[in-house]
Write a protein that binds this ligand. Sequence first.
Ligand SMILES: [Zn+2]
Length: 301
Amino acid sequence: MSNSRRQFTRTATLLTAGTVLLPNFNWAQSPAYIVRKGDTLGQIALRLGVNTRTLKQVNNLSSDLIQVGQKLKIPTGGNTGIETPTLGPTKTYIVVKGDTLGSIAARNGINLRSLKQANNLSRDLIRVGQALQIPNSASGQDLLAHVREATNRIHVRRDNWQRIVVHHSAIKYGNVKKYDAAHRRRGMQNGLAYHFLIGNGIDSGDGEIEIGPRWQKQQLGGHVKSYRINQTAIGICLIGNFEKTHPSKKQLDAFTQLMDWLQGDVLGKKVHFDGHRELKGEQTICPGKHFPLAAMHARYD
Ligand SMILES: [Zn+2]
């Protein structure tokens, strides 16, 4: 019993790999609730201002059993404008394959000791599916604040996006303004082919996430050959030529924060993940041999 239960939990977690619940999760735009550690169906219903039976009906639940990471639809008339009392100064992170305590601490700009303290851990051992409390970073390492804010103002076409493709820009210069102009000159009427750029400290900040007009307008990308894939693939481009140099630590931090947030908060689902060159029919070395594609696959597949 405990074994099959663990299996189920693990499966449920992998389906929402990388889900990060952030303190300012936008309830108003997200008529869904993601189950957190310690939640019961009754408590959730109470918080949402609906009765338990309605909550179960809307979600086709036959029992009261829910799983951490499970996404629940909020019934019409439910109170989607409230924040849950558990949204405090910490956020919850679900451990995925390839994570170490050290890498989680680094990505969140906190030290290992405070991460262990916050979770009462005496050892460095963590397991896939484990829920960790992430203390707020004092060093301002949240690279997503402006991206969340801008995205809260638009209607994300959640059902449309099925894939995320990572690119390098193959040159060390550039930012949204420059590439947008360049892509328009090349005849792309929607401008910048990617949805997001991650700067390297030259023409934008190191690890700075810039939002392209196609994300603002929820338009298809222009970043791969296949029109069909462009229609459903979010394009993220890190500035730099990663055949020659390595992405900076901050660029990779920004990338994983963006990936976790897109799949966790924005889309509420795990999507396909590819390096540009891995797509069929492409003849490119993008995102370059120094982009840690294998490590990212271990994390996001
Ligand atoms: Zn590319």
